[in-house]
Design a protein around this ligand. Structure first.
Ligand SMILES: O=C(O)C(=O)C[C@]1(C(=O)O)C=C[C@@H](O)C=C1
Length: 267
């Protein structure tokens, strides 16, 4: 059973179905609840968004991965094509609803096409579609498939601000997959020290061993303003000798070195 953001019809569900077409799906209120359900065994796997090509990282997912004892076991890249869904035509639309990530991915379209509309955020794109079903003056930004599920018409298609709108989802589980030879590793580091070059030294451990980094991102540590965790993705598996060696050296310097998972690469 795979846990995803609900209700029925989210992009997270679409990504989960791509991973495992026949799997039983269970719906949760937010990404933290999905991750925590995997941790306690209420879901075998979870599928949660990690980052988007237009809007960047999904902070709520990164923060939850750090705070729960789960592993990233895979990744899924899904092209996101948003639609405007409603009960009538574009003329009657006064309020536009969606998940904050989806509204942000369609910001330009909304400003251009509906300069007067009120924007309201919902827990997910399908939650927006479910609400738009009840109120004719409301339209939802969601997947075309949500229109059929919630009895809505597709008012306009492809309303995202760029065709290159891709969301990368993490598949979250409790046990690490075996190395495949084409893997990626996600890490979270907390350095504590603030002297010049602390991050540079850590990154040098990867550079000198020819390990390619594919992402680096900082997130507030929640301890103090200006205090950060670094989230790093690299090519390779945590059990590869070079990666293992780099991690051992980094563990001597960093206050926290947490491997969030090693998993097969999709690109
Ligand atoms: O609301 C949904 O449909 C989701 O699955 C969430 C989510 C996200 O937060 O990134 C997933 C993909 C899209 O980027 C927009 C929304």
């Amino acid at each position: 059973m795979i846990g995803v953001l609900g209700p029925e019809g989210t992009f997270s569900e679409k990504a989960a179905r791509r991973l495992s077409p026949g799997a039983e799906i269970r719906y949760f209120r937010d990404f933290e609840e999905v991750i925590s359900a995997v941790e306690v065994g209420d879901a075998d796997l979870g599928v949660v968004p990690l980052e988007n090509s237009l809007e960047g990282s999904v902070g709520a997912t990164l923060d939850s991965l750090l705070r729960h004892d789960v592993e990233i076991v895979g990744e899924i890249n899904l092209r996101i094509r948003h639609c405007l869904l409603g009960r009538g035509g574009a003329e009657g639309v006064r309020v536009i609803l969606s998940h904050p990530q989806a509204l942000a991915q369609c910001r330009g379209y909304i400003k251009r096409r509906f300069p007067e509309a009120e924007l309201r955020t919902t827990g997910s794109t399908s939650h927006a579609a479910r609400l738009a079903q009840e109120f004719p003056e409301m339209a939802a930004i969601a997947d075309a498939e949500a229109a059929g599920r919630y009895g809505l018409a597709v008012i306009e298609r492809d309303v995202q601000d760029s065709d290159e709108n891709v969301t990368r989802f993490a598949v979250v589980g409790r046990s690490a997959p075996a190395p495949t030879g084409r893997d990626k590793t996600s890490l979270a580091l907390y350095l504590e020290r603030t002297e010049p070059g602390a991050l540079w030294e850590v990154l040098g451990e990867f550079a000198t061993r020819g390990i390619n980094l594919t992402k680096i991102e900082s997130r507030p540590s929640r301890r103090a303003l200006g205090d950060y965790y670094f989230f790093i993705d690299l090519e390779g598996h945590a059990s590869d000798p070079q990666v293992k060696e780099a991690l051992a050296r980094i563990r001597e310097r960093a206050a926290v070195t947490r491997v969030l998972g090693s998993y097969p690469r999709t690109d």
